[in-house]
Write a protein that binds this ligand. Structure first.
Ligand SMILES: NC(=O)c1ccc[n+]([C@@H]2O[C@H](COP(=O)([O-])OP(=O)(O)OC[C@H]3O[C@@H](n4cnc5c(N)ncnc54)[C@H](OP(=O)(O)O)[C@@H]3O)[C@@H](O)[C@H]2O)c1
Length: 371
């Protein structure tokens, strides 16, 4: 069942492969013939981890790799040792060259307890396992997916890559739990664990097709406006939102991991030219004029009480998202630009054409209903 690796193979232990980013990572990693994967997947309802892995791989026509290049481990990152038994841990310790910790609770309205248990404590467990694989096995890299908003989407500064501020400005428990998790990874780097940290901004669809497997994070927010549920937004025309195409996040992170000097470093995976609220408004006028108009209210003068009772309820749900329309937070990308210099990977274009592509894909798949 568990074959010996070919001498040149790389075995990667991956958490979060059923999620938006994890699925694409899995597909892209398996495109390299030397890569073998160990997937940590939890069972869900009647579906075992093996059912779930088969379904994801089948969607990419890769299910024939199960048991040869892909092994599946039934586990949950909220459990000690992820719920793995000694035999499984021994197997992973002997085999794992790289450990990609991608799993997280990404709901921006997640509870404090759930976010802490999955994001912070889950990362603590991942790091403990990584130390074990490093000290008693062959691990040479721990790759951690943080977020560009780790210090808080309410910051009003240019975020640096290789540090975290002591005073975060978090808008929700997702951000605070990812901050605590990144602090743990940074401590591990200081203690000598070879880690690389990636901080994507808001991950959206493919740069060429708009395709995305899960409509999460920013998409529910888009839906509220397109469906006319919320007609007022506390923002300014010049405020921007930092989105990044998923293919850029995957290609850039996999290229950077291959560079030895990226050990111990952090990389912002963001757009350097974020679209503005004005760009969104222009797109509505040019292509989606049937979408109800949105009234902008200067955030300094916005009063929730001015909204209708229904809108107030929706607005409360939106509160954790509002930092993502922050006009004063930007991201330094020196490490990323230096690392990608000389590769064919260029900074993502997130212009009007790209925005339109994202909307089109969401409309074509029925996620956004426009009439
Ligand atoms: N998407 C973004 O915009 C974005 C932006 C910046 C950073 N990131 C970071 O990128 C990573 C991936 O994000 P994503 O968008 O792919 O998230 P996602 O679509 O919400 O997927 C989350 C993944 O984590 C797994 N997971 C959650 N709780 C788990 C648990 N207790 N045990 C085992 N697995 C568990 C989920 O498994 P189930 O299928 O079993 O639920 C799923 O595979 C996260 O670390 C996130 O913080 C994402």
């Amino acid at each position: 069942m568990m074959n010996n690796p070919a001498p040149s193979s790389r075995f990667i232990f991956l958490t979060g492969s059923t999620g938006c980013l994890g699925k694409e990572l899995l597909r892209r990693l398996l495109a390299s013939p030397e890569v073998k994967l160990g997937l940590l997947i939890r069972r869900k309802g009647r579906h075992s981890c093996w059912d779930r892995a088969r379904k994801i791989l089948a969607a990419f026509e890769l299910d024939y790799l199960l048991g040869t290049r892909v092994e599946v481990f039934d586990g949950d990152i909220t459990m000690p040792d992820f719920g793995l038994d000694q035999e499984e841990l021994d197997f992973l310790r002997r085999r794992t060259d790289e450990f990609y910790h991608v799993a997280a609770l990404t709901a921006l309205n997640g509870s404090e307890e759930d976010c802490r248990e999955i994001n912070t404590e889950g990362s603590r467990r991942a790091l403990q396992m990584a130390w074990d694989f490093r000290n008693h096995g062959r691990l040479n890299r721990f790759v951690y997916y943080s977020t560009a908003f780790v210090a808080g989407s309410l910051q009003t500064y240019k975020a640096l890559e290789d540090s975290l501020p002591e005073q975060p400005a978090h808008a929700n428990f997702y951000e605070s739990s990812k901050y605590q998790a990144e602090l743990l990874v940074r401590q591990a780097i200081s203690a000598g664990l070879p880690c690389t940290i990636f901080r994507p901004s808001i991950v959206v669809g493919n740069s060429q097709t708009g395709e995305v497997s899960e409509f999460n994070v920013i998409y529910p927010f888009m839906r509220l406006f397109v469906h006319g549920v919320l007609s007022t937004l506390p923002s300014r025309l010049e405020h921007s939102f930092n989105i990044v195409p998923i293919d850029y996040v995957i290609e850039a992170s996999l290229a950077i991991v291959r560079i030895p000097q990226s050990i111990g470093k952090t990389f912002h995976l963001v757009t350097e030219t974020p679209p503005s609220v004005a760009d969104l408004f222009r797109l509505r006028e040019s292509d989606y004029s049937f979408v109800p108009p949105v009234r902008l209210v200067d955030p300094d003068h916005f009063r929730k009480e001015g909204l209708s009772a229904d809108e107030q309820l929706v607005f409360e749900m939106l509160q954790p998202y509002l930092g993502y329309l922050n006009g004063e937070l930007s991201f330094d990308t020196t490490n990323t630009r230096n690392a990608l210099e000389g590769t064919r990977i260029t900074p993502p274009k997130t212009d009007q054409v790209f925005l339109k592509r994202l909307f089109q894909y969401a409309v074509e798949t029925g996620y956004l209903v426009v009439k």
